[in-house]
Design a protein around this ligand. Structure first.
Ligand code: KIV
Ligand code: ZN
Length: 530
């Protein structure tokens, strides 16, 4: 739980923030991040991530794009109901229906923000919007004014802002502020900016826009050229006071600026970036791991801050230096990002209270039914695996806790494997409440299992893009962590599951991906034009 909270959250006053070294942290993991291929999350997963973001001290949580689907609307609304401190933002195009949907979805929040955007670059205005610059200015004024009818915290974004001409950007920003925008975001939508250009754009806006002091400038950078974090910091050095970022840097294409990298750069190089924020950095590892286990996106081992090797020292020279004084090769401590040694946390004899307490420490506050289900599976796991680590619990809860809420539920699997074929699978699933069984053959036990799923829930247009297995912890009794990536009509989803039995984990991961595909089918493809 965050203990920092240097600054009061909720009411964000441009006049106070602009004159200070405070930087507002706006997390868009649940919107820009969730929008990226394979990263869709269901309601429970979004709520769990939102609670962690709130605990870690994020100022604004962009909870989704309410007009995109009924599911998006409901999750923004539920996040708005449950989050305690952070401001909840809902994204919308410059369209009345989008703004109304956002306003309704965020209505239950203690602190609410409407975030509306429209493109401003010549390329986007001409080819994507097919609107004249004057019409875009009118749309900005109308959309921001409409949003202000619902809340006094309105953010306006100039999509493709980094490729917008200075004169027009100044007019657009001035118009948005006149209409009542209190935050002005200049996204580097396509990850094209360089730190020098992007920084200069903020300095230019501060110098030229007459009402600029009435709003907070914000950075929003994509990582297509690997410069999202550098660009974000350049924006801040030039007067921006809000950073939009995501956990693990997930997001469209190459992703967004990674929250953990921005925050640790500010903390570690405070001599160069003398800014303050509310983030409790010791929650970074938990946020990163939880997101990975939810989405099935494991971060690359050498990823800054949260990669498995980020604090590993392999070479003899480095190890020798570390033993003498860890400052020789470590610019930040593992503890500062909440990284602790894998601990043996629970065993075969642990009871309900111990499990509930541990799960709660890990950020899982489960309802009674879900908890009973997890407890049963924890006992099964403890019977089959001597030592249970935090990672085991995270996998157990993340991958399986929702089984009871999903359309397709795993019931049982028996596999015939080995050198004497044919390999067979007997699989029982519950589909929309009805139990069904299939017995199938295949080229190996995994193929036989996936054929059984296909037979029970036909999905001929879906292709399997990835099947990957790795061990959650060490030892031959470690749980297998299986990731399955599926694709249908260009939409991809990822399912992940862990089990001491690789075949069970495989079936569950595949089923989980299928369930996510059902959520994805609901979402309309949003036309980004107004
Ligand atoms: O990258 C972008 O331009 C965006 C906007 C919708 C804010 O995500
Ligand atoms: Zn974006």
């Amino acid at each position: 739980m965050s203990t920092q909270n240097k600054f009061e959250r909720g009411h964000i006053d441009p006049q106070t923030v602009n004159g200070s070294n405070r930087v507002i942290i706006f997390d868009t993991t649940l919107r820009d991040g969730e929008q990226s291929p394979g990263c869709s999350m269901n309601l429970e997963e979004k709520l769990r991530m939102a609670a962690i973001l709130d605990d870690m001290g994020v100022d604004v949580i962009e909870a989704g794009f309410p007009i995109a689907s009924q599911g998006d609307f409901e999750s923004v609304q539920e996040i708005a109901r449950t989050v305690k401190n952070a401001t909840i933002a809902g994204l919308c195009r410059a369209k009345a229906s989008d703004i109304e949907a956002s306003a309704e979805a965020i209505a239950p929040a203690k602190h609410k923000r409407i975030h509306t955007f429209i493109s401003t670059s010549p390329l986007h205005m001409k080819h994507k919007l097919q609107m004249s610059p004057e019409d875009v200015l009118d749309a900005i004024y109308e959309s921001v004014s409409k949003a202000r009818q619902y809340t006094d915290d309105v953010e306006w974004s100039a999509e493709d802002g980094s490729r917008t001409e200075d004169d027009f950007l100044c007019r657009a920003v001035e118009t948005a502020i006149k209409a009542g925008a209190t935050t002005i975001n200049i996204p580097d939508t396509v990850g094209y900016a360089s730190p020098a250009d992007y920084g200069a754009q903020f300095a230019m806006l501060i110098e030229r826009v007459p009402n600029m002091d009435k709003a907070i400038l914000s950075v929003h950078c994509h990582n297509d050229l690997g410069m999202a974090v550098a660009n974000s910091l350049a924006g801040i050095q030039n007067g921006a006071r809000q950073i939009e970022c995501t956990i693990n840097g997930i997001g469209e294409r190459a992703g967004n600026a990674a929250l953990e990298e921005v925050i640790m750069a500010i903390r570690t190089r405070n001599d160069v970036f003398p800014y303050e924020n509310n983030i409790d950095t010791t929650m970074i590892t938990k946020a990163s791991k939880t997101l990975s286990s939810i989405t099935g996106f494991n971060v690359q081992p050498n990823k800054a801050i949260v990669g498995a090797n980020a604090f590993a020292h392999e070479s003899g020279i480095h190890q020798d230096g570390m033993l003498k004084d860890n400052r020789t090769y470590e610019i930040m401590t593992p503890a500062s990002v909440g990284l602790t040694e894998s601990e043996l946390v629970l065993g075969k004899h642990s009871g309900r209270n111990a499990l509930r307490t541990k799960l709660s420490e890990l950020g899982f506050d489960l309802g009674d039914n879900a908890f009973q289900d997890v407890f049963k599976r924890f006992k099964d796991l403890a019977d089959r695996k001597k030592t249970i680590f935090e990672e085991d619990l995270v996998s157990l809860v993340s991958a399986d806790a929702l089984n009871e809420l999903e359309t397709i539920q795993f019931k049982s699997l028996r596999v015939h494997a080995g050198s004497e074929g044919p390999q067979k699978a007997d699989l029982t699933l519950t589909i929309d409440g009805e139990e069904k069984t299939a017995s199938t053959q295949g080229n190996g036990p995994v193929d036989a299992t996936f054929n059984a799923i296909q037979q029970l829930f036909p999905h001929p247009d879906v292709s399997l893009l990835l099947y990957q297995v790795h061990a959650v912890t060490k030892g031959t009794d470690a749980q297998a962590d299986v990731t399955v990536k599926l694709e249908e009509n260009g939409k991809t989803v990822i399912g992940q599951a862990a089990n001491v039995d690789t075949m069970v984990a495989s079936a569950r991961a595949y089923i989980r991906a299928l369930n996510k595909l059902l959520i994805k089918r609901e979402k309309q493809t949003i036309d980004m034009n107004p």
